[in-house]
Write a protein that binds this ligand. Structure first.
Ligand SMILES: Cc1cc2nc3c(=O)[nH]c(=O)nc-3n(C[C@H](O)[C@H](O)[C@H](O)COP(=O)(O)OP(=O)(O)OC[C@H]3O[C@@H](n4cnc5c(N)ncnc54)[C@H](O)[C@@H]3O)c2cc1C
Length: 417
């Protein structure tokens, strides 16, 4: 089933009776070439690129809940390629290019909106750091514009420019950054993978990983044992628990990140705006809700719901930056489990077990990575060598100390990244 303007028109005129489920609901087979554990954005995009770019289709994606129920459907939808360090810079650049062709590639409206990401600065030091970051971005081939205070005012006049503690000095604008509708991204990849023959199996929890003579042979699940030649672990906040099934101890801590949305309002915020000093970022959804978030809850947890102190902190930051937001009513809040790595950068790598691959450590920035991560992980699984854009995402950097990518410069404390 292909989507097109003509199809929408025809269906509209004939009672919308021709639409079919976007993917099948197959029973698990007893044997696959490749099993992907985790049907989040990264797992689904991995399956999609394995099928599309490597011609491998005897694949199952095993998801313990439902597609879109994890972080892929819980994030604040920000997409960007504004990283500074070698390794991250080329990876996120690769990912943004894939975002730009995604809707055509999967024939699905992901509501990709390159409305620009604006990072605000509030001191001379921060402005200098932004100038350096902007140069890195431009050297990487991405776009960056340094704005002074009046340049920022023209774009976002509703901010409090003269706040005593955090006056706005200027900003770094990344015009190609923006937002995409998060669950549509999961659905688009699921549909794209399914249509190429991948089995997407929901309500199927992996409970064990089978290893014989140093080689993976399959998995145990809530729906029985399934054999496989290759297995990829892509379970975000559950990475440590699932890797432990194969006897691995990962350098990952799981922390909760919350998000909030207000009632629908008329268009008021045209960009994504981030306020680093207050740990706050905001955009407006196409439905009109102001979507915003802040910092982690600051203690490790698998609860998938947030705490009240952080809700209060985020609201305070919102009021500091844009006092007008006090008139909006918050509709909902929710939380997701983040796989925090010690240097804030991810892992896409083989493990010490033959045929077992690992994708984790996306911290709170893995939505923008969905296309790039799936593309690079599929390359690794299919060809047993890293994709050039993800070659630095090695697991052993946490053991050897070589190649650490501390983008935030906050040291080895997981919850600060
Ligand atoms: C509030 C919030 C705001 C965020 N904002 C942004 C943002 O603006 N921009 C950005 O780039 N990133 C953001 N992120 C981060 C981003 O959402 C995540 O890094 C990314 O979605 C994680 O990858 P995923 O989509 O594969 O994870 P998930 O969707 O969580 O997928 C992992 C899947 O694995 C499944 N699973 C776990 N254990 C098992 C098992 N044993 N067997 C089978 N399946 C299993 C889970 O059920 C889950 O569906 C945000 C996250 C949150 C929570």
């Amino acid at each position: 089933m292909r989507f097109s303007g003509l199809r929408v028109l025809t269906e509209g005129l004939t009672g919308n009776k021709g639409w079919r489920p976007h993917w099948r609901d197959p029973a698990p087979k007893s044997d696959y070439d490749i099993i992907i554990i985790g049907g989040g954005g990264h797992g689904l995009s991995t399956a999609f690129y394995l099928a599309k770019e490597h011609g491998l289709t005897n694949i199952a994606v095993l998801e313990k809940g439902y597609i879109g129920g994890g972080n892929v459907g819980r994030n604040t939808t920000i997409v960007r390629a504004n990283y500074n360090l070698p390794g991250n810079s080329e990876f996120y650049s690769h990912s943004l290019k894939l975002w730009e062709g995604l809707e055509q590639e999967v024939n699905y409206n992901a509501m990709m909106s390159q409305r620009g990401v604006l990072n605000l600065c509030h001191s001379d030091g921060q402005r200098d750091a932004f100038a350096r970051r902007a140069n890195s971005m431009i050297n990487q081939g991405d776009d960056a514009v340094l704005l002074d205070r009046e340049g920022v005012r023209k774009l976002v006049p509703y901010l409090d420019f003269d706040n005593i503690r955090f006056p706005i000095y200027g900003g770094l604008l990344h015009p190609r950054g923006g937002t995409a509708r998060h669950d549509a991204v999961a659905w688009g990849y699921a549909r794209g993978a399914d249509s190429r023959g991948v089995d997407i199996i929901q309500n199927c929890e992996v409970t064990g990983i089978d290893v014989e003579n140093g080689r993976v042979t399959g998995v145990q699940t809530s729906r029985g044992a399934i054999r496989a030649r290759k297995v990829g672990i892509v379970v975000a906040g559950r990475s440590s628990q699932v890797a432990a099934m194969a006897g691995m101890r990962l350098p990952i801590e799981s922390h909760i990140l919350q998000a909030f949305v207000t009632e629908g309002l008329k268009p008021v915020i045209d960009h994504v705006v981030t306020f680093g000093m207050g740990h706050f970022y905001i955009s407006q959804s196409d439905k009109g809700g102001l979507v915003f978030g802040g910092d982690l809850d600051f203690y490790a947890s698998y609860a998938q719901r947030g705490n009240l102190p952080m809700a209060e902190h985020v609201m305070e930051a919102a009021m500091t930056l844009m006092p007008m937001i006090g008139k909006a009513r918050v509709l909902r809040s929710w939380g997701g489990i983040m796989d925090m790595s010690p240097d804030g950068s991810p892992v896409i790598d083989r493990t010490h077990i033959d045929g077992l691959y690992l994708n984790c450590g996306w911290c709170y920035g893995g939505f923008k990575a969905v296309p790039g991560s799936g593309n690079c992980f599929a390359h690794l699984i299919a060809q047993d060598r890293p994709h050039p854009a993800a070659a630095r995402y090695r697991l052993d950097r946490f053991r050897t100390g070589i190649g650490l990518m501390d983008e935030e410069g906050t040291g080895a404390q997981h919850n600060l990244h």
